[in-house]
Ligand binder design. Sequence first.
Ligand SMILES: Nc1ncnc2c1ncn2[C@@H]1O[C@H](COP(=O)(O)OP(=O)(O)OP(=O)(O)O)[C@@H](O)[C@H]1O
Length: 589
Amino acid sequence: MKEKSNLAILMEYAGGYRYFTYASWGLSALSALLALAPFCYIWIIIREALSAAPDFSAARGLVYNGWMALFFAVISLLVYIAGLMCSHVAAFRVAANIRRELMRHIVKLPLGFTGNFGSGRLRKIVNESSVATESYLAHQLPDRAGAIATPVGLLVLLLIFDWRLGALSLVPVLMGFSIMARMTGGQMRAKMQEYQNALEEMSNEAVEYVRGIPVVKTFGQTVFSFRKFKDSIDRYCKWVTAYTEECRRPMLCYTAAVNSVFAFLVAAGLFFTREGVTEEFLLNLLFYIIATPVISVTLTKIMFQSRDAMIVDDALKRIGNVKAARPLPESAAPAHPHGASVDVEDASYSYDGQRNAVTDISLRVRAGEIAALVGPSGGGKTTLASLIPRFFDPQHGRVLAGDADVREIDKDELMETVSFVFQDSRLIKATVLENVRMGNPGASRDEVMGALAAAQCAEIIEKLPCGIDSVVGADGVYLSGGEQQRIAIARVMLKNSPIVVLDEATSFADPDNETRVQEAFSALSKEKSVILIAHRLSTVVNADRIFVIKEGGICESGSFSELKKRGGLFCKMWDDYLTSVKWKLAKEA
Ligand SMILES: Nc1ncnc2c1ncn2[C@@H]1O[C@H](COP(=O)(O)OP(=O)(O)OP(=O)(O)O)[C@@H](O)[C@H]1O
């Protein structure tokens, strides 16, 4: 299938505003042609200055032609401004539509997509790629229309006055074009793409770095501890240098070529005046020397447009990559969950399509049960839990919530049925009330207060300057990880969904916070089916069922006492845990 041109893609986003884009080209071309009119008047002025005896009527002619030159210069400028106004209207609309469509698309993608793709990379695409299209439509395309009209009009003028000088003025134009073609050709395009890749990667790593600054500070490390960030900076430097070096020689030749028009004209002047100078030839030569710099200015504009066209080409490819990510399919005849059981049947999932994070895993959690997932780090607990709210769909097998396949459940109903409390619960920059109300936008203030109390947040609220109306992350309102997680639990309590997936935080700053989070977890778990990703074994003692996940599969399952009796991996983990507690107590004593 024939690939759509970048312009065709952009015009799809423009809708009815595309006519503003077309109008901007017409106005820009018209402005470029009008800008040549002053040169004609200058030619007349030179002719009069060279030939006329300084009588009154000639002076009047000079003044008249001067005013006419100024008049056309001003009109040309006004037409250009009108063109820019049109192009900006369309460009802003296109950039806004791209951002809107991308955001609409991203929210339909599986929740795991953002994590895998990289939030820094997504941010760069949503922001910067749409900005690249904005300047392309607002400035580069209208300027291109002008840049095409100028040499055409100018060449017509030059050939009318003296075709020999006109033809000679063409030589640097042709040389400039051929060098430009080399500078924007396939090899340079590939280099530009590598350069953009390096920029995108650096942006992604920068976001990861900023997220990890607390760790860097805590351990007194330097930027070099973030090898990936440093490597991405090095790669960026490498590509910028390679791109710049590759451009250096052709750029030098290009600048020399487009500015060599004077050399051609002077040489031509000497050549054609071997037998003597006529007044008309001198007049034309002077005119050409004044007018031809427009050629180099125009060519340089075209060259930068070619470079910018490569940037927009790359930006549209990146936007296309995000849009190519397929949303999770939705069922035409949605199923409805009945009850709060969770079944995972022979589910396998691989992040990279090569190595399975979980393989043929099956488990059943009855309605109202608490199931704990434990096991060595990297065993697949989080991946397994992520399949329940459809962060990803398993490549093999299926997951049922309330006896309905989660792929068949309407996504809003699934979100009402399953809640997920993340390990690093993110609160948005809004009041505590608004943060909690996200769980149930119709909840009253009292209901929010009730959920906060049940989630052990009362003393957090008491110390905030404006209680639940304090804005999180502003005016000195900063909450610890454990405090944020308790508020996130209150949010889920208000949502009151029958199935809850809890990813227990791995570390807490103080034991009191940990105890309170555990209490909040217990309050949330009442009358719900809970799948708890347990990072500390103390929390699984009361679970109805414990699944020990290792290397992507379940290696043991049963109640706490059953697993202890069995003497397997869980028993060993429990013994290790008790030893570590004893060691800690001894150390504290
Ligand atoms: N986004 C991802 N992209 C690629 N591989 C991943 C991704 N997330 C996890 N994995 C891999 O999948 C496997 C299972 O990881 P998972 O996070 O599910 O384990 P876990 O048991 O929850 O570990 P932990 O207790 O340390 O959180 C690991 O080998 C991990 O490297």
